[in-house]
Design a binder for this molecule. Structure first.
Ligand SMILES: CC(C)(COP(=O)(O)OP(=O)(O)OC[C@H]1O[C@@H](n2cnc3c(N)ncnc32)[C@H](O)[C@@H]1OP(=O)(O)O)[C@@H](O)C(=O)NCCC(=O)NCCS
Length: 248
């Protein structure tokens, strides 16, 4: 079953709504938005994976993951850029209009319109992430941003959206493992409240590098959610107003 179809049954509980006061004309919006990964995205995702990780997943793994009911994959798309322009009939609206359009989609009676309006597979994907839900734990399997677009807040956009989605899916903690030498990723996770919970010696097969195990506290706790709200506000101030809600 396609991941997006599976999610159609998930009740919306944890919607990140941009305060009206932040939606004033003239505000810049982040040109990236987040939606569920589809099979048409796999070629781009595979390219990002190859660039980002020393040991790659074969593209077949991503196809398999999209059929896996426990797995949840999302992509960050650039609303101002298409991969194959000749195949695109209409250009998405840009800037504030683009944001307003996405807000309208979120509050549209038919929420599933969004994927029709934004033809899947033609959008330029800047990064992706995924996690598995196992009981009350969401385990991040990978997160990667194209080298060209790093340090532009996209990793944070993906992580925030994942945390919101995991909360929606009734996860209570988020766990992951990260290479001991990967300080960029560890900084990102620390910023979002992950702490080290252990080490797996020689975990990575290519160079026998240790894996650092990290976990959040209870993501539904008032303290975690308050911290997350602050981080979202800081992210929007720095990079432009973002819709962390995932287009379905
Ligand atoms: C880790 C990764 C996803 C971060 O994505 P990104 O879009 O560049 O990250 P952002 O711009 O959103 O940065 C968010 C935070 O991450 C941390 N960070 C990101 N890149 C960093 C770097 N090169 N050095 C130090 N800290 C870094 C910082 O804490 C940063 O917050 P700040 O801007 O307030 O300093 C990206 O570097 C990547 O794709 N790496 C290769 C794949 C990978 O290692 N994935 C992790 C597997 S566990």
């Amino acid at each position: 079953m396609e991941a997006s179809l599976y999610f159609a049954h998930i009740p919306m509980k944890c919607v990140t709504i941009i305060p009206k006061s932040e939606l004033s004309l003239g505000d810049e919006s982040l040109p990236y938005y987040v939606r569920f990964m589809s099979k048409e995205d796999i070629a781009q995702v595979d390219g990002i994976d190859r660039e980002a990780f020393p040991t790659q997943w074969p593209a077949a793994n991503y196809r398999h993951e999209l059929q896996n009911r426990l797995a949840h994959y999302i992509v960050a798309c650039d609303e101002e850029r298409m991969v194959e322009k000749s195949e695109v009939k209409t250009s998405p609206e840009k800037g504030f209009l683009g944001l307003a359009s996405r807000v309208r989609q979120l509050f549209n009676h038919n929420r599933f319109l969004s994927n029709e309006l934004l033809p899947s597979g033609t959008e330029y994907i800047a990064g992706f992430t995924g996690f598995w839900i196992m009981a009350d734990e969401a385990h991040v399997t990978n997160i990667a941003v194209r080298e060209l677009h790093r340090r532009q807040g996209i990793g944070e956009l993906l992580l925030i959206s994942s945390i919101d989605l995991a909360t929606e899916l009734n996860a209570r903690i988020i766990t992951l493992e990260v290479r001991a030498a990967n300080t960029a990723a560890q900084n990102l996770y620390h910023k979002y409240g992950f702490t080290q919970t252990g080490v797996r010696r020689g975990y990575y097969t290519d160079n026998k590098e240790d894996a650092v195990l990290m976990s959040t506290e209870n993501i539904t706790s008032a303290s975690f959610q308050a911290h997350l709200r602050q981080l979202k506000q800081a992210h929007s101030r720095k990079w432009g107003i973002a819709l962390y809600q995932i287009a379905r």
